[in-house]
Design a protein around this ligand. Sequence first.
Ligand code: GLU
Length: 265
Amino acid sequence: MNKIQDAVKNARKIVIKIGSNTLAKADGTQNTEFMTSFASQCAELIKMGKQICVVSSGAQVAGVSTVNGWARKKDVHYRQALCSIGQVELMNQWRNAFGAEELHIGQLLLTKDDFENEHRSLNIRNTLFTLVDEGVVPIINENDSVSFDEIKIGDNDNLSALTAILWSADLLILFSDVDGIYTDNPKTNKDAKLVESVESIPELRKSITIGGTNAFGTGGMETKIQAAEKVTEYGIQMLLANGGREKALSCLITDEAKATLFDVK
Ligand code: GLU
C-alpha cells in the first residue's frame, strides 16, 4: 500500500475541498456529472465509517452560468450579487447529488471573522459535529455576498484548512485541476516533475516555481501551500489531487493515484 492510500484509509474525519475548476466545465457551466459521481463516492466512504465535510467553491461560476449577462461585470456589488444567485444553484445541485444517495446536506457560509471570534467558532464547531454525527454532510463556502477585503479569507484552500483545524479533522483533501505539486508548471514545462510526498514545506518552497492563479478559482499553488502550512502544524495530513480524474475520490483508496501528500510530522 502506498502512502496516499494509507493516509486516506487511516483517516476517519476528512475535509474535502473542491475547486471552481473542478465544478465547472470548460464552457463555464456547472459540472453536474462530477457532482453526482462525487456524492456517490462520498457515500461509499461514509459507509466505510468515515465522516466527511465538504468545502465547495463554485458560487461565482454557478452565478455566471445562471445569469450569464453578468459574466463581464467586475463591480464588487455585482460579484457579490452573482455569488448570492450562484450559491443557491450550487446548493440545489449538491442537494440533488447527495439526495440520490439518501444523504442530507447542511450549508455553512463563513468568513474570516467567524473563525477569529471565539463564540462563533465554537458554534461552527458544534454545528459541524452535530451535522456529521447525525449523518448529514456539511457543505461550506465563504459567505461571498457579505465578505469584503478586511474580513474575507479570499480563497477556499485556506478556508478548508481553517475548517479542518476547527473540526479536528485527520485529513484535508484539496481537489484541483492538477495532479499535485510539480517542480514547475506542467502546462508549460514538460520536464516538470510531480512531487509525491512533502516532508518539509520550507524545502518545497525552495525547490518549486509557484505560478499565478488559474482561470476560475482564486487559489493557485500559493494558497494550497498556505493551507498545508496551516493544517500540518496541527498534525493534519493534506493531499492535493486532481478532481477531474474519473472517480477521483475512490481512486485515492483503490488505485495508485497521482497526488501530492503533505506528510509533515
Ligand atoms: N467562494 C468562491 C466561490 O464560491 C470561490 C473561492 C475559491 O475558489 O477559492 O465562487
